[in-house]
Design a protein around this ligand. Structure first.
Ligand SMILES: Cc1cc2nc3c(=O)[nH]c(=O)nc-3n(C[C@H](O)[C@H](O)[C@H](O)COP(=O)(O)OP(=O)(O)OC[C@H]3O[C@@H](n4cnc5c(N)ncnc54)[C@H](O)[C@@H]3O)c2cc1C
Length: 522
């Protein structure tokens, strides 16, 4: 995924079948779908892939136990099916995880036990493993530091866990592998119209400041919480289609949650679901659901969101996590489909379904959904877009499409930093074999060697220090202070790979440090 080569391809191509705006889960999913149907495909991402919501999720590939409770059976069925497909097509990025719903009241056993049996049944053949009731002793054995005062037992069920921005990068590379041109740092500034119909886009390469145009048979708006900005470029009277809803996660040391199971709290004090999850050697706790008026690419957690998570986590953990224990705080905004006439109000009740909208001038917008269903969202979008654009009818092939790095599920899974690279782990080890300094860790507290930086620059279109420390590796989310301390080392490695000078490396360190401070507890 060499950016220079992709830029040349862009210059050479006069007309694209499909142009996609936005390189998060949704846009990248559409790019993979379009390219594998054989359509010429261009994707333009204004910042980095997954810079928006798609790197800030709870990292679950799940049917959504909460949606079951809300009675949204079609959504749960669709998501459970997609969970199974994603595990089959990207086993290096998705794995099964045990979740335990702790029981402190007598009625919680039958209530959650029956609910989770329904969840098992809905998954059908794609169920990961049957749910079961656990005694108090079994619950404590699986989660040694669960709050044991008044604990009666638990209910265990299984769902999927993944690494969101690594999946995004894998989708980008898979799309390129199948012939798409997928570029980060290309911001769409306007739409081009011919005879009143959208026929292309105007965009800026934000690295060079150069503006370009691209023509396409159909333009697909997959900009998440920014979808309404693009819709307004098309029609200044377009009604708002998206309701952003903010969710925050706190990251702690693994000592707060030992064992291999996650905790799932079905009802917090504001009626939300709270997860306490082991992830990349740390513990992730979240999330919140706060309606926001304006979308933000780099949202910040509010004080009461942090207090809410700390307060609720303390109820279920033997050792109460304090603000001073926080290793990283990250916030993201869900691009929820705005219910008609809705202005403000609780967002936790808004459905997580997706919708494909087509404007009078032919702009296709895909909003809502979740990471888990990105593949189905892409299929629905392309089915509609292809008919609209009069493209040759070609069937979707992504149900059985193995993503780049796919490895046989029978092969022994790695448990270290190389796991997310799947079958490409050998190529990264070869880099270290050629130059042993690439095996040096970028920081004693981070599980990443220099080779991961070099690989990101050469093969994953990493252009800035933030790309490497936030989305190619997950350093910023795992330990913000350690990420800041690693910045000079990583910037020097990246500058060498990208042919940049010391001044560039220094400015990258300054920019990254300013951003990363927002991930530290105050
Ligand atoms: C707190 C939280 C927890 C979640 N947890 C889960 C979970 O566990 N499991 C799950 O399945 N889902 C989860 N989700 C939902 C999931 O993360 C989102 O549905 C998904 O990431 C949305 O992806 P997207 O591509 O639509 O948006 P984004 O990822 O935001 O992508 C949109 C992209 O468009 C780009 N863009 C904007 N304007 C322009 C322009 N003018 N030109 C070019 N590019 C532009 C942006 O830079 C951005 O990268 C969670 C969401 C949140 C907020």
């Amino acid at each position: 995924m060499n950016r220079t080569k992709l830029l040349s391809k862009l210059e050479e191509t006069r007309h694209w079948d499909v142009i996609i705006i936005g390189g998060g889960a949704t846009g990248l999913g559409v790019a993979v779908d379009a390219a594998t149907r054989g359509y010429s495909t261009l994707l333009l991402e204004g910042h980095d892939f997954a810079k928006g919501t798609s790197s800030r999720s709870t990292k679950l590939v799940h049917g959504g136990v909460r949606y079951l409770e809300q009675g949204d059976i079609p959504l749960v069925l669709e998501a459970l099916r997609e969970r199974g497909l994603l595990h089959r097509n990207a086993p290096h990025l998705v794995h099964h995880l045990s979740f335990i719903v702790p029981r402190y009241q007598w009625w919680e056993g039958p209530f959650f036990g029956i609910g989770l049996k329904v969840y098992d049944a809905l998954a059908g053949k794609l169920n990961l493993a049957p749910s079961r009731l656990l005694s108090r002793e079994e619950t404590i054995r699986q989660i040694p530091n669960i709050e044991s005062d008044h604990l009666l037992g638990g209910v265990e069920y299984f769902d999927g866990q993944f690494d969101d921005s690594r999946l995004a990068i894998t989708l980008a590379r898979t799309a390129v592998h199948h012939g798409a041109c997928v570029l980060n740092y290309t911001r769409v500034e306007g739409l081009i119209k011919s005879n009143g119909l959208v026929s292309g886009v105007r965009f800026t390469d934000t690295e060079t400041g150069r503006t370009h145009t691209a023509e396409g048979s159909v333009v697909i708006n997959a900009t998440g919480i920014f979808s309404d900005h693009i819709r307004l470029m098309d029609d200044e009277k377009a009604p708002r289609a998206v309701q952003p809803s903010q969710g925050v996660h706190l990251v702690f040391d693994r000592s707060f949650l030992q064992g291999d199971s996650a905790i799932m709290v079905p009802h917090t004090d504001d009626g939300r679901v709270l997860f306490v999850i082991p992830w990349h050697g740390k513990v992730l706790v979240g999330t919140t659901d706060t309606p926001m008026q304006t979308p933000d690419l780099e949202p910040r957690a509010m004080k009461d969101e942090i207090a809410f998570i700390l307060r609720n986590a303390a109820r279920y953990l033997a050792r109460d996590p304090k603000e001073s224990d926080i290793l990283s705080i990250f916030a993201g905004q869900r691009p929820l489909v705005r219910p008609p006439g809705k202005n403000g109000g609780a967002t936790k009740a808004i459905s997580r379904n997706h919708e494909v909208l087509v404007s009078d001038s032919g702009l296709v917008t895909i909003v809502g959904g979740k990471w888990t269903t990105y593949r189905k969202m892409a299929e629905d979008t392309l089915d509609k877009a292809a008919v609209l654009a009069g493209l040759e009818d070609r069937a979707c092939v992504t149900e059985k499409l193995q993503l780049l790095g796919w490895r046989s599920p029978n092969a022994e899974a790695r448990a270290d930093w190389l796991a997310v690279y799947g079958s490409e782990a050998e190529d990264i080890l070869a880099l270290i074999a050629q130059d042993s300094t690439l095996g040096d860790w970028i920081h004693p507290k981070l599980p990443y060697p220099a080779a991961s930086v070099v690989w990101a620059a050469r093969h994953e279109q990493a252009r800035t220090l933030e790309d490497v420390l936030s989305r190619r590796t997950r350093a910023l989310l795992l330990d913000a202070q350690a990420a800041i301390e690693s910045a000079p080392t990583v910037a020097a490695l990246l500058a060498k790979e990208l042919g940049r000078d010391d001044a560039w490396a220094k400015s990258q360190v300054d920019e990254f440090t300013a951003l990363a401070k927002g991930y530290l507890a105050s």
